[in-house]
Design a protein around this ligand. Sequence first.
Ligand SMILES: [Zn+2]
Ligand SMILES: [Zn+2]
Length: 134
Amino acid sequence: MSETHSGGCHCGAIRYQLAGKPKDVALCHCVDCRRNAGAPVMAWAGYAEDSLVMTKGEPKIFKSSGATRRSFCSDCGTGLFYRNEEILPGIVEVQLSTMDDQEALPPTVQIQVAERLGWMKTAHQLPEIQRFPE
Ligand SMILES: [Zn+2]
Ligand SMILES: [Zn+2]
C-alpha cells in the first residue's frame, strides 16, 4: 500500500495530493521563510516534483529571491509550495501545515538555525495554556 497525503489552502480553492514518502521533513528558521509566512518558523516536507498532483485550482507564484519560487493561493493567501531549481532541482517543498493530517509527518530536523529568532530557542519552555488565557 502506497502512502499518500492530501492538502490545500485555507479557503479550499486549491487542493493537492502527494504520493509516496517525503525526502525530508524540516522546521526552517530562515528569514525568507519567516517573512513569507509572517510566522516565527515554517515546517516543510520535501518531495520529488512528480509526487505532487494538483487536484483543484492553480496557485500563484511569487519570486521571493534568486531562483526561489513560492506558490500561494491568490484568493486566501495561504502559502503552499517552495521550489528552487538551482538549490533543490526536481524537488517541491510543501508547507506541512497545509496538509489535511498535520500530525502525519513529524519534522526530524531544524534547519537554518543560524538565522533563528533568539527567543524561539527556548519557546518550548514558555507557560502553556490549553485554550485562551482567562
Ligand atoms: Zn485559498
Ligand atoms: Zn527557510
